[in-house]
Design a protein around this ligand. Sequence first.
Ligand SMILES: NC(=O)c1ccc[n+]([C@@H]2O[C@H](COP(=O)([O-])OP(=O)(O)OC[C@H]3O[C@@H](n4cnc5c(N)ncnc54)[C@H](O)[C@@H]3O)[C@@H](O)[C@H]2O)c1
Length: 404
Amino acid sequence: MPKGKEFRNKFFALSPHFTYLPDEDRYLFALEKPQYKFNVIGAGNNGYEHIRVTMLEGRATIHGVYDPNPRSVARAQAAYKQFAPDGALVVYDSLEAACEDPEVDGLIISTPNYTHIDVIRVAAQSGKHILLEKPMATTIKDAYEIMQIAEAYENVLQIGLQYRYKAIYVEAIYEALERGSLGDIKMVSILEHRFPFLDKVNQWNKFSKFSGGTLVEKCCHYFDLLNLFSQSRPVSVFASGGMAVNFREFEYEGEKSDILDHAYVIVNYANGVRARFDLCMFAPMFYEELLICGDGGWLRAYENTDFLPEPRASNHLEIRCGDQRPSRIMHPCYPQFIEEAGHNGSTYFEHINFVDNIAGQETNTATPAEGFWSIVVGAAAEESAKTGQIVQIDALLQRNGIEI
Ligand SMILES: NC(=O)c1ccc[n+]([C@@H]2O[C@H](COP(=O)([O-])OP(=O)(O)OC[C@H]3O[C@@H](n4cnc5c(N)ncnc54)[C@H](O)[C@@H]3O)[C@@H](O)[C@H]2O)c1
């Protein structure tokens, strides 16, 4: 609880049990009055999560949406009404109208990956605070352009790499990077085994030209974490991957899907840290695991949702320090209503930090530069998987006309 604040808990404040209370009798259950208004550009699966989480977080409200798919708009209205039964979202008929509405303080961009570059070019004209979904772009060149837009931007431009706010990673970041429980980090490994990509509007995620490829689209989250734990720049990437099971027969408008469904990726960092990523997208659960080896300790963390009946903790973190210091085994988690709000609570904390950024407070949200480097590793891994060659990052950047 922040210092100087009385105890408040949103669980009670939002509970349907207490809707009978007149507003003037809400003290313990009072909600903060929203200070900011956001528009959501792209209200599909993820835009819906942003609407719900904005309303749940409570310091901002959603003012309107722009989305060409009427079903997405209808669902967005329904999500909004769960929190504001007497209200309705403004529905814009153009991107420009949604971006330029003077009522609005911030824009949440949650359109398909390949549209991000065009949407941000318009959105940035508004000067409003922006939360741009990951991956910030589908190519290194476009990601670099967005990073440059961000460098000149006077307001918040935050990238939606929110996995760092999953409870297991919050604790792992604290132990490994702040508390130094593992000594000097030497090896970092992340594994994600999960269901195939879900259905999307126009099935954009089945095609590399629209998504950037699996290792950019989905795995930028994990490359961001590898970069973060390594505390260094990637120098070379080798990947082996393919399309073994999913979408091999899938066609959309006469075009065959071309995305990887499994891969191993090795990343070497400038400071000597070695990292690995292991992806399988034909597994019957959602399971991700982090392993970090340092010269003073060993950390393993996982998140597991496998839909099996045996009661077990879905979040786990252990730190083993041999005979040096105490070892610990724990189950980091948020209250259930936050975990259930989306991506194991990480989107909720992404929003807390987005509003804190707007208020001028210092946070550790993903910067456009971090977003860029997550795409560099993802794009290098896609290229390596295609060519079978090790990709040197300097050469890759030069081929894209970028000198950093
Ligand atoms: N941070 C995360 O954990 C996370 C999770 C899921 C998705 N995402 C990202 O969110 C974005 C959207 O993914 P999704 O799963 O919601 O896809 P989706 O297909 O469910 O929704 C996309 C929505 O955008 C709309 N749209 C398409 N082009 C548009 C345009 N030019 N302007 C406005 N709206 C447009 C579509 O009609 C659709 O409603 C992607 O960039 C995806 O990578 C991030």
